[in-house]
Design a protein around this ligand. Structure first.
Ligand SMILES: CC(C)(COP(=O)(O)OP(=O)(O)OC[C@H]1O[C@@H](n2cnc3c(N)ncnc32)[C@H](O)[C@@H]1OP(=O)(O)O)[C@@H](O)C(=O)NCCC(=O)NCCS
Length: 199
């Protein structure tokens, strides 16, 4: 396999391959998973999503990577759990260009700490590998599971940075912003040294 690949204790975050998209949408394109994301995605939305995630990877070297489970022996079990990773904020009213962490897991993978494990690795990579000065995350007030994760990661709620979404999944709604700076992440002891597993 070529391209980006990063392993955590239970997961692999890696670049997308053509064959990932069918199982990804089969498991994740549900009313429950997409409740705060504009609802079940039609074919046009799915195609745009694929195009932009591949473009981020190409332009920045990072994207919302595919997240796959690895078994206790470190082998791929094949189960695609969702996506998690880093983009650059491109919301017209938002902090354009900031490193932005994002996550979306299939429902049967919730409540197991997988999102926190993948998100924590992504933020760590933002600081250690991609030189981010800070990382933001965006959601809507109703998405308690998502902002709860931001709080569990040690991110700070920043009402002063909230903005009205004009272009994406929460059109017309207020996007609430959480942020963590490099120093705060380091102070939490979360930045670890480079390992040979890093992609
Ligand atoms: C947002 C989302 C990724 C959060 O997933 P999650 O599974 O709730 O998040 P975590 O990985 O932090 O798991 C937390 C729970 O796992 C539990 N857990 C179990 N084993 C664990 C472990 N080994 N380590 C850590 N937590 C563990 C925690 O106690 C916690 O339970 P609680 O919620 O009852 O307190 C998920 O809800 C999702 O995909 N939503 C739909 C898509 C979406 O809206 N994305 C966000 C767009 S802004």
């Amino acid at each position: 396999m070529t391209g980006f690949e990063h392993r955590t204790q239970r997961l692999i975050l890696r670049d997308w391959q053509d064959e990932d998209w069918e199982p990804f949408w089969r498991h994740l394109n549900t009313p429950t998973v997409s409740r705060f994301l504009g609802g079940v995605a039609d074919a046009a939305y799915r195609a745009r999503t694929r195009e932009r995630l591949l473009r981020y990877s190409h332009e920045y070297g990072h994207t919302f990577w595919i997240v796959q489970r690895i078994d206790d022996g470190g082998h791929l079990s094949g189960e695609i759990l969702g996506w998690c990773g880093l983009k650059r904020c491109n919301e017209p009213n938002g902090p354009v260009g900031d490193f932005e962490a994002g996550w979306r897991l299939r429902e049967d993978a919730w409540g197991k700490g997988y999102a926190k494990e993948a998100a924590s690795a992504s933020i760590d990579l933002a600081f250690r590998q991609f030189g981010a000065p800070h990382v933001i995350a965006l959601t809507v007030e109703g998405n308690k599971q998502s902002w709860g994760l931001m709080e569990r990661l040690g991110m700070e709620r920043r009402p002063d940075m909230d903005f009205a979404d004009s272009a994406s999944w929460a059109k017309g709604e207020t996007l609430i912003v959480y942020r963590i700076d490099r120093e705060e992440w380091a102070a939490r002891g979360a930045v670890r040294p480079r390992s040979r597993m890093d992609g």
